[in-house]
Design a protein around this ligand. Structure first.
Ligand code: C5P
Length: 406
């Protein structure tokens, strides 16, 4: 008798180096009492051999659409009708693109179109290919339009020499997901996170302003990372951008403060990555200030320190993360701000290093937390730093939960 979990599984293997791991996966699925039928893409045969997969699964291994000796009924229909679930693992960028667009030049994509069963995808590829707009768009289509479930790739050392996102999920995780429905719950799911990005502009007159060199890249990367981890994101940005989450465009520090204060009550976290101007002209002239043959004096007044105001008034469970752009005594100054502004984490960077910080795609930071911990992140893409920070944020939420439990 097959146990309740026992299933007829079609495993589609596409042409990635992670294909070799499927020998073990097939063996394990079979050991757990499942009936596994393997379909290889044509190119996958470069990475795995049919014979061991045949032996391990005790089933024929399919690849070609048309085979006189194997079929009486069209094989893609026979396989589609008899399977309880389809797993594509490893799923390359190519097979994902084919799935998203319905291209049927492989047996496995025909089976997918002909079937009505749950489909799971375990992608594995080079980091840039995974993060590419097209791949992400295709994944979104598979998830939102077709209801396919993604077993996300992980960070790690990749066969292509890169270190980053794209490593196939472990066989254990794949099995837990497809057999026992244990999804990688998005760690920030259910959390509302406000992120600020860019540099504020303080009007002098209708054409001139006091600004700074912030590009908004770090803040936007943080908002993307939080969104990808399942958070409801509100990005308060001086830089216009179109996103799948809510973006509120602001210009001045006061506008930024207004938006944040109206959103913060319902938020679980605030990440202040924006470079907020500390001063603004007391009077912003309604008309363009005329050039005269004399100097002019601009009278400036202090802008509210948004971080400090919210740090003082926040509820215990709300987490606030600030940034500290420094040109000297980086750690010491950041530590002082962490304490003075009563926030939970501060990310400090050295703005005198040209390759990192303002306008750059990369950053190198020191992370200080309220519990006295210090972490140094060496120069790396801002997207990677953002993922690290949002992961740390999810860990802080977890630790709050644990404290509550005990
Ligand atoms: O004190 P300092 O301006 O260096 O602190 C930087 C941090 O404080 C950043 O997170 C920035 O977004 C925030 N900040 C703020 N309001 C200001 C100035 C800075 O929230 N007026």
């Amino acid at each position: 008798m097959m146990s309740k979990q026992t299933k007829n599984i079609v495993l589609g293997i596409s042409a990635g180096i992670a294909a070799y791991r499927m020998y073990d996966l097939v063996g394990e699925l079979k050991r757990l009492g499942n009936n596994v039928t393997v379909i290889l893409t044509k190119d996958a045969r470069n990475f795995v051999s049919e014979l061991p997969l045949k032996v391990l699964s005790s089933n024929p291994v399919y690849c070609e659409m048309f085979s006189a000796e194997l079929q009486s009924k069209p094989i893609h229909i026979e396989l589609a009708d008899s399977t309880d679930l389809i797993l594509i693992s490893p799923a390359t960028a190519d097979i994902i693109a084919k799935m998203a667009t319905g291209i049927c030049d492989e047996l496995i994509t025909n089976v997918l179109l002909a079937s009505r069963c749950p489909v799971y995808i375990a992608p594995a590829m080079n980091t840039n290919m995974w993060e590419h707009f097209t791949t992400q768009k295709n994944i979104e289509t598979l998830v939102t339009k077709l209801g396919y479930k993604i077993i996300p790739p992980e960070e790690g050392d990749l066969a292509c020499g890169y270190t980053g996102m794209g490593h196939i999920a472990s066989n254990e995780k794949i099995i837990k997901t497809i057999l026992y429905g244990e999804f990688d719950t998005k760690p920030l799911y259910g959390k509302k996170v406000i992120v600020t990005a860019g540099g504020t502009r303080e009007a002098i007159d209708p054409v001139r302003f006091i600004g700074n060199r912030s590009s908004g890249k770090m803040g936007i990367a943080l908002a993307d990372a939080a969104y990808n981890m399942g958070a409801e994101v509100v990005l308060v940005s001086t830089v216009p951008c179109e996103k799948k989450y809510q973006v509120i465009e602001v210009e001045s520090a006061q506008e930024m403060q207004e938006v944040i204060e109206s959103e913060f009550d319902k938020a679980d976290a605030l990440i202040m990555a924006a470079a907020v101007s500390d001063f603004r002209p007391i009077i912003a002239s309604k008309q363009k200030i005329k050039k005269k043959n004399e100097d002019i004096n601009l009278e400036l007044t202090r802008n509210p320190d948004i971080l400090e105001i919210l740090g003082r008034t926040k509820r215990d469970k709300q987490i606030i993360i600030g940034f500290s752009a420094e040109s000297e005594n980086i750690e010491k100054n950041a530590k002082e701000k962490l304490e003075k502004k009563k926030i939970d984490m501060i990310i400090a960077n050295d703005i005198t290093v040209p390759e990192t910080g303002f306008e750059s795609d990369e950053n190198a930071v020191i992370i200080l937390t309220r519990d006295g911990k210090k972490e140094i992140l060496q120069r790396q893409p801002k997207t990677q730093i953002a993922r690290y920070i949002t992961t740390r944020l999810s860990e802080i939420f977890d630790s709050i939960k644990e404290v509550k439990k005990t």
